[in-house]
Design a protein around this ligand. Structure first.
Ligand code: DGJ
Length: 381
């Protein structure tokens, strides 16, 4: 009996040692993407940090079922040397399962986490879109957390409504007029809930005192080390680009508003070696995919010129059934950028797939084309 048990155990051990782990040398957009444990990567609405010759992918850890659209676990982090194969590094920022009064208590909505490294403080700084538990999408806040190591643990600092009591550099005179009492304080998010002329509502003025709304977001560190927070503001109608403080832990108070009344979500940004900034975002249709938008500028604070839908070919009107989340500069190559997007599955969010595609720079515009499979050799050195 004992012999059989040892024999069986031996077989199991031998089998599990010899089971080949999935390894990749190509990207397969929209397919299952397994980590070093052969588990589909769980880092949705994600972004990438490159630090010490390693890429770190941070994203929303989703669980099965509709409850997975709320934060039950926290922010997941993976590491990779080659961008194809990812090692599970665990939960970088857990939600708070003990203190139900915490801003990040289990069941809140914590979306689109991004991490940047501050050269001066030697800290890793994470910002994310936060909706306080049980308030739907009404709170529209930004959370910030900090860590000494890229894989965490990140310590939650606070959540804010950015730029409280500060006007943007391109404020209009009408914003400073007394806010009309027809401006309700509780508009629902999304374009369905607002009348056509959002500017007449002066949402910026309404939120001046308590801070601006901040939902879908991204971070960008420029060549001079200045960091920027981009977020859908003013009931999602208008994008704000806001400079962060030198330690990246707060807003400096210098910010500007763009694409007024264009309802852009999922903002992403890149900068070419020629110093041109490109921007890709989505329309505002909940979890359903829509046609992407793009724009370019010579200065991050504008003016920004819209360039239309960057996607071409079949399924370009739905961004290939996905929504932007980050633009990843490939290290060691010149002007090589990867468009990262999510193919959401809100009925079972853990199954959401990732769409990574090369960005083509064509005549001062950017172009995205569907590819079933591709690898980094598509980029010139
Ligand atoms: C679209 C946003 O881009 C997502 O991050 C998420 O907030 C969904 N809306 C919720 O409907």
């Amino acid at each position: 009996m004992k012999r059989i048990t040892i024999f069986t155990l031996g077989l199991i051990l031998l089998f599990s040692c010899n089971t080949p782990k999935t390894s990749y040398n190509v990207f397969n957009p929209g397919q299952e993407w397994k980590d070093n444990n052969d588990v589909h990567i769980n880092a949705h609405g994600g972004g990438i940090l490159f630090f010490n010759q390693t890429y770190y992918w941070y994203g929303e850890h989703k669980v099965e079922g509709k409850i997975g659209n709320t934060a039950q676990v926290g922010v997941h982090v993976y590491s990779s040397k080659d961008l194809y194969n990812w090692k599970d590094e665990g939960i970088a920022l857990p939600v708070d399962s003990i203190d139900s009064n915490s801003d990040i208590s289990k069941g809140c909505i914590l979306e689109r986490p991004k991490v940047i490294y501050n050269e001066k403080t030697k800290k890793f700084v994470m910002w994310f879109h936060l909706e306080i538990k049980s308030q739907g999408y009404a709170s529209a806040r930004s959370g910030v957390a900090v860590a000494d190591n890229p894989t965490g643990p990140f310590i939650f600092i606070e959540s804010v409504r950015p730029n409280k009591g500060t006007w943007p550099v391109n404020v209009q005179e009408y914003h400073k007029l007394p806010v009309s009492n027809t401006v309700k304080s509780n508009y629902c998010g999304g374009k369905g809930c607002l009348p056509a002329h959002v500017d007449s509502l002066n949402i910026l003025g309404r939120d001046f005192k308590n801070g601006q709304m901040a939902r879908d977001m991204n971070l960008f560190v420029d060549d001079d080390g200045k960091a920027y927070h981009l977020y859908s503001s003013e009931e999602n109608s208008t994008l704000h680009i806001a400079e962060l403080s030198d330690d990246y832990l707060s807003h400096s108070g210098r910010y500007a508003r763009f694409f007024s009344n264009r309802y852009m979500e999922a903002p992403t940004i890149m900068k070419t070696s020629k110093g041109k900034y490109y921007f890709i975002a989505s329309d505002c249709t909940g979890w359903s995919p829509n046609a992407a938008r793009s724009a370019s500028a010579d200065d991050i604070f504008g003016p920004w010129t819209e360039l239309g839908n960057p996607c071409v070919g079949p399924d370009s009107s739905t961004t290939f059934h996905s929504q932007s989340t980050y633009i990843l500069p490939v290290q060691g190559k010149n002007d090589a950028f990867i468009f990262m997007a999510d193919r959401w599955t809100p009925e079972n969010p853990i199954d959401g797939r990732y769409i990574w595609l090369p960005i083509h720079l064509v005549n001062d515009k950017i172009e995205l084309k569907w590819m079933d499979k591709w690898d980094l050799s598509i980029f010139k050195e």
